[in-house]
Design a protein. Sequence first.
Length: 118
Amino acid sequence: MTALLVALGAALGAPLRYLVDRAVQARHDSAFPWGTFTVNVTGSALLGFLAALPAGEGLTALAGAGFCGALTTYSTFGYETFRLAEQGARTPALLNVAASVTAGLGAAYCGMALAAAC
């Protein structure tokens, strides 16, 4: 049953990641991967929120591992960072790493703080 909940959450998170990524990136005339940055920070905030809730295994599987796992994307983050560096955009590549890690951790903390305040 848990695997089914993870799959269901992923079935919702993956298409949303794609749609948000494309919508955000289309608004920026930049090589910087704003779409991936947006979904990763948003997913980190949501996962931080969920982690701070006294949730059962079902909600954690569905929303945490499934939805947030599919919404966020470390592989795309790594690939886009590598491509920036490979194309000679070393400063944007380094900024992507620093900003993504900092913003992701900060968003997770804020999500946890919000859950604690509720």
